[in-house]
Design a protein around this ligand. Structure first.
Ligand code: GAR
Length: 185
């Protein structure tokens, strides 16, 4: 049985999609702040850890690292907003994936998360946006792209409506990639 660890910071709709698709494979959920995703983990009976980014600052990655067992098959950043250090990234080389709410390399990098990504897409006059699942490397949002899903931006779209459109595609994209990487049918 594959072992998944999911890192979260927010509402956890991506986490929920993972819990629904792989009910027996998520061994723990780790949050860097108090958030609704922790409630979702608890409701699913999954071990949930809060490693507060404000409390631990420079030690955040180290503490997260200590919570993840060597035999973890995949770490999924599902709306996780802190930056992981190279020690953790190198320990789980090609075993950490992230979902980002744009068509990378557009609108990625430091400070680009959540609604800011969609504001940037609207402001740039983009005609399409979407979401990307990629491997996590030491370059923020710069790791190899695994899969993308596109959405059309219509003239009446706002950053908020675009966010909802993109989020609706994220769940399927992320679950599909996890299924493929772990070869779960
Ligand atoms: C998602 O849209 C995800 O792509 C984004 O945060 C949201 C989390 O939603 N991630 C980033 O912006 C990372 N740079 P969720 O908590 O409902 O899954």
């Amino acid at each position: 049985m594959s072992k998944l660890v999911v890192l979260v910071s927010g509402g956890g709709t991506n986490l929920q999609a993972i819990l629904d698709a792989f009910p027996n494979q998520v061994i723990s959920v780790i949050a860097d702040r108090d958030c609704y995703a922790l409630v979702r983990a608890a409701n699913a009976g999954v071990a949930a850890h809060l490693v507060d980014r404000k409390l631990y600052r420079d030690e955040l990655s180290e503490r997260i690292n200590a919570l993840i067992p060597d035999d973890c098959d995949l770490i999924v950043l599902a709306g996780f907003l802190s930056i992981l250090d190279s020690q953790l990234i190198q320990r789980f080389n090609h075993k950490i994936i992230n979902i980002h709410p744009s068509l990378l390399p557009r609108h990625g990098g430091a400070g680009m998360w959540g609604i800011k990504v969609h504001q940037a897409a609207i402001k740039s006059g983009d005609q399409e946006s979407g979401c990307t699942v990629h491997y996590v490397s030491e370059e923020i949002d710069g790791g190899a792209i695994i899969a993308q899903a596109k959405v059309i931006i219509t003239p009446d779209d706002t950053a908020e409506s675009l966010q909802q459109k993109v989020l609706a595609h994220e769940h399927e994209l992320l679950v599909g990639v996890i299924r493929k990487l772990l070869s779960i049918n």
